[in-house]
Design a protein around this ligand. Structure first.
Ligand code: HEM
Length: 176
């Protein structure tokens, strides 16, 4: 789309770069969480990679996400916030950040029920956060807030069930 705002194309280029930065951070986070899960299921993974991938991924998701918001406000003004999709993302980010903190401070050995639940929140939030990010046709009230929130709850539940079953497919004998 051609911008009619002076300097608009520069702003749109900046938004594109910020989104690309956001996606790079997302890939780092997802890779880190996946490697952590493989390791907890007893697979040989490069341990030194996991922590920096997760920590840097989270930090840069925040930085790039805030940059996208700042550019969005600069382009659209305050109506930018009149978007249930954005507020669903705020709830998701709050739960995800709290959970990441708990996950780092909870004892590191094994994959018991509590850790499975924490990993489900971590992975489920990365998956649904991505869905909300790309769900632009559902923005600005097309999908109601409660509907988007129910989708998040369903995604967490499904991810939890998937992780329970991961005992079967995410274990060393299956890979060997
Ligand atoms: C769970 C972690 C997160 C995931 C998985 C995630 C994922 C994504 C993805 C895939 C996009 C779509 C990019 C595009 O193609 O346009 C996106 C957009 C966005 N993200 Fe995130 N993100 C996360 C965390 C954050 C954080 C921490 C913030 C803010 C502090 C944020 C703010 C945004 C904003 C404002 C957009 C643009 C949405 C729109 O234009 O409709 N995200 N996110």
């Amino acid at each position: 789309m051609v911008s009619h705002v002076p300097g608009g194309s520069i702003m749109e280029l900046l938004v594109t770069l910020a989104v690309f930065y956001h996606l790079a951070a997302l890939f780092a986070s997802l890779t880190g969480v996946f490697l952590a899960l493989c390791r907890l299921r007893g697979m040989a993974t490069e341990r030194r990679l996991i922590r920096p991938l997760i920590l840097n991924g989270e930090l840069h998701l925040w930085l790039s996400g805030l940059l996208i918001i700042a550019l969005g406000v600069a382009l659209k003004g305050m109506p930018y916030f009149d978007n249930p999709k954005l507020w669903t993302k705020v709830i998701l980010i709050t739960l995800w950040s709290l959970n990441s903190w708990l996950l780092r401070h909870y004892s590191r050995s094994g994959l018991d029920q509590r850790r499975i639940a924490m990993f489900a929140i971590s992975l489920g939030s990365l998956i649904y956060g991505s869905f909300l990010g790309v769900a632009k046709p559902l923005a600005y009230g097309v999908a109601p807030f409660w509907g988007l929130l129910a989708g998040y709850a369903a995604c967490l539940l499904l991810t939890g069930l998937l992780l329970q079953r991961s005992r079967r497919w995410l274990s060393s004998p299956a890979i060997a």
